[in-house]
Unconditional design. Sequence first.
Length: 374
Amino acid sequence: MDLLQDKIIYLDYNATTPIEPRVIEEIVNTLDEFGNPSSAHYFGKRAKEIIELARIKVSNLIGAKPEEIIFTSGATEANNLAILGRALCFEKGHIITSSIEHPSVLNPCKHLMRMGYEVTFLPVDSKGLVDPSDVKRAIRRDTLLVTIMHSNNETGVIQPIAEIGETLLEQGIPLHTDCAQSIGKVSVSVKDLKATMISLAGHKSYAPKGIGALYLKEGFILKPILFGASQERGFRPGTENIPHIAGFGKACEIIREEFNQIVNHLKEVTDLLLEKLLTIEGLRLNGEGAPRLPNTLNVSIKNIMADEFVERVGDRLAISAGSACHAGVRNISHVLVAMGLKDFALSSIRLSTGKFTTTEEVIHAVEIIKESIN
Ligand code: PLP
């Protein structure tokens, strides 16, 4: 940690979270477990045991069976495996998704379109919600998968996944949902969501980057998208990253044990943040009125250019912009555009709190924002 890092208020937990000290401890303790988990000898067995213990901890968090967890390099890979792995079981077919998905869902879908599959991108309303009756209407005889995110990374809006899952269960169509942002913020239960596949990301829930998982319902089959040996029941070949798997398991265990405490804290600091932000003239909360994650605020502030603003406050406050400037071109958030908020997108910022956020930080952050508007 350098001095500047200590001084900057971090309100970008949806981008990534710091690693929880108990997770770091777990990782450090497993770093010298050098055995290859596929080896039949003592060292291999020790490594395998660590992985299986972590698998139990991850599965416990979402109410799954351990054998339903496939470790991946993160939610991007889990999303790709779910979507491509399902589609490749067929030569062609139809997929339903939403227009506000993360690129790691949108881009595999677009890739499948280039391969001859058809994809319906459902709209959202001005609150950012998919209408479950739109899903019902979009279903075709050849629909092979519905993939709709559980909570949105930019707005925190939570989709009616359980309701969508109920309809799909009746029709025998698998549902995949990207829960990368949901773990540790809202309850994620396999039983309630009625999903066939769920993507998880370690680094959004106090574990390191480069680790995640796909929940794959027992008995459900996917084509692998990587080819190699038989690790992770052949769904994800490659020698396992034991320390990161152990760390992810620990992070899930902590979330499960301390869930109420974590969520109450998120609500407390985020409610305070919103209360303070609302004293800024012309500020609008995007996604207002929809169920939202307890830690995420996406707001538009009149007369600011979000990417410049984020840069301006950058030595005191770490937040995200709803638009980004790359090589002189401004990219507007596809999520806000889908919500009909194109005019607000350029002035939108995202503030996301975490379990280490303090009330003092929140109060100070709003002072910084106020000072920097003019
Ligand atoms: N899905 C959502 C909703 C996300 O917010 C992210 C990360 O930004 C991802 C998927 C990708 O996760 P990972 O970084 O673990 O690949």
